[in-house]
Write a protein that binds this ligand. Structure first.
Ligand code: ATP
Ligand code: MG
Length: 364
């Protein structure tokens, strides 16, 4: 039996390869193909502490902000656990007075006011931004903003998104973890905050391109929903991808293997570069498997495949990207399976009933 199993292919990656994919390393080379961006590097140590600490403390400034204006208590928003003091502190901090100083939370206005003002001036210049650190964007934390996207119109939205994201924590703490030479140096990367001017992207037209030893070995649709207009366009996309990799990226990028994220909007005559990722298992291989990417042997006549989703998959559609990092798994599973929905609804009812009972007891 066991001879039917193939061993998992190794996809070795070095610290240098990861470093090459730091936003500020590739952006200056391909500036004219990427959205307008401001990179703040290095970022103050206090800001990193702010991201790593528990809870989210938003600055209370004079300018009105949706996030810090005290809510007026009314019939619609009256909750049993309403806090009386109206603090804009999203943490579960309940320290005693004597511990207050020890546990003092890092706070933008006191601990990194200059950086805070820098963020505000970038927002003034760009209007709205999509933030990320050296490698990762907080795609898992969009649930925290009312628009449910990474679009930040004000500085508090940048703070909320970055603080709520596990992907950001990965950049801060585990960036080099899977590298073959991880143990050779314990040096931390120089962290940077990347603020890209927001532009509305049609997710159907985003692609991920796998380049190994200077050759495109595969490309995949990035948003894995079905879009019926894509299939007849695959040759157009491939021509643009080939030309972009060959003429623009390979002559300038300092690695032979990497994974590109590109965007090809209508009228399909220009490629935008969204990101360059390490050729490593931690980069999602989307419609391929890493084993497949590592083992396909290409001959000169062989062409690579641009994989797109060919039919509607309702299960996939219900499973929103990054949802596994956004809401409890029970809820995601329930959205895929009617029985689980029923089960969840029953549990939910029980919880509501318990809460009601508790409230009634409180009154008595
Ligand atoms: N300037 C922008 N305006 C609007 N949306 C953007 C912008 N830049 C990126 N995005 C959206 O954000 C998504 C994620 O961005 P990006 O690829 O930089 O994140 P990432 O963390 O590197 O993702 P991955 O982990 O998959 O490599 C993109 O697929 C794109 O849809
Ligand atoms: Mg990326």
């Amino acid at each position: 039996m066991t001879e039917n199993y193939k061993p998992l292919s190794d996809v070795p990656v070095t610290r240098k390869q990861i470093e090459n994919c730091t936003f500020s390393n590739w952006y200056p080379l391909f500036k004219e193909y990427a959205p307008k961006t401001e990179i703040i590097k290095p970022i103050p140590h206090e800001f990193i502490q702010y991201l790593e600490q528990d809870g989210i403390t938003l600055p209370k400034e004079h300018d009105p902000s949706f996030y810090t204006v005290p809510l007026e208590k009314n019939e619609e928003n009256e909750y049993s656990d309403w806090e009386e003091d109206g603090e804009q502190n999203y943490s579960d901090d309940s320290s005693d007075d004597e511990d207050v100083e020890k546990l003092r939370k890092v706070n933008p206005l006191e601990d990194f006011p200059e950086f805070h003002n820098q963020l505000k001036s970038v927002l003034d210049k760009f209007g709205s931004v999509a933030p990320k650190l050296n490698w990762s964007a907080p795609q898992d934390a969009t649930w925290i903003l009312p628009n449910n996207s990474m679009k930040c119109n004000e500085v508090n939205e940048i703070y909320l998104l970055l603080n709520a994201s596990n992907y950001i924590m990965h950049d801060l703490q585990y960036a080099f973890d899977d590298c073959v030479d991880a143990k050779e140096s314990l040096q931390k990367p120089t962290f940077e905050l990347v603020l890209r001017q927001w532009f509305d992207i049609n997710p159907a037209l985003e692609f991920r391109v796998f380049v190994k030893d200077k050759e495109v070995i595969g490309a995949s649709q990035r948003d894995l929903n079905y879009y019926d207009f894509l299939k007849p366009l695959t040759n157009t996309f491939k021509d643009l991808i080939d030309e972009f990799v060959e003429d623009t990226v390979l002559p300038k990028f300092s690695d032979d293997s990497f994974v590109l994220d590109i965007y090809i909007p209508r009228p399909f005559n220009k490629v935008f570069l969204i990101d360059i990722n390490p050729f490593a298992r931690k980069t999602d291989s989307l419609m391929f498997s890493w084993n497949e990417l590592m083992t396909t042997k290409k001959t000169d006549e062989d062409d690579y495949e641009l994989r797109i989703v060919l039919k509607n998959n309702t299960g996939r559609f219900a499973c929103k990207e990054h949802s596994e990092n956004q809401v409890p798994d029970d809820v995601v599973q329930a959205s895929l399976d009617p029985n689980s929905i029923r089960e969840l609804a029953v549990k939910w009812k029980e919880l509501l009933a318990m809460q009601k009972k508790e409230e009634t007891n409180d009154v008595i």
